[in-house]
Design a protein. Structure first.
Length: 103
């Protein structure tokens, strides 16, 4: 609801999903996170997603995202992975499941 309210007020939300599987958060990784961002996070005119698949690409992705946001430049779209639409509460559901495991 907060995302929809922000977009309705003219705020553009872009995304930088970190799809670098492994590490301390691997047990809560969301499959097809770029699709989740496309369906549930980004919004507004010209909104975009730059997935980060490897930490070595993180600095360039952040730089590219900021340059495009500051310049308001048109961009070449990078399609999200082909997958069915994501349930937008998947993160909350994963958190709830993991929390029950911790208790």
């Amino acid at each position: 609801m907060a995302r929809d309210r922000a977009v309705s007020e003219g705020i553009v939300i872009n995304g930088l999903p970190l799809m670098t599987h492994g590490g301390r958060t691997s047990h809560i990784d969301v499959d097809n996170l770029d699709v989740y961002y496309r369906d549930c996070v980004i919004g507004g005119p010209g909104s975009f997603v730059f997935p980060v698949n490897d930490w070595s690409g993180f600095p360039e992705a952040v730089r590219r995202k900021l340059v495009l946001e500051i310049a308001g430049a048109p961009l070449r779209a990078i399609p999200a992975a082909a997958a069915p639409p994501t349930e937008c509460v998947v993160g909350e559901e994963l958190w709830r499941e993991r929390r029950l495991d911790w208790n």
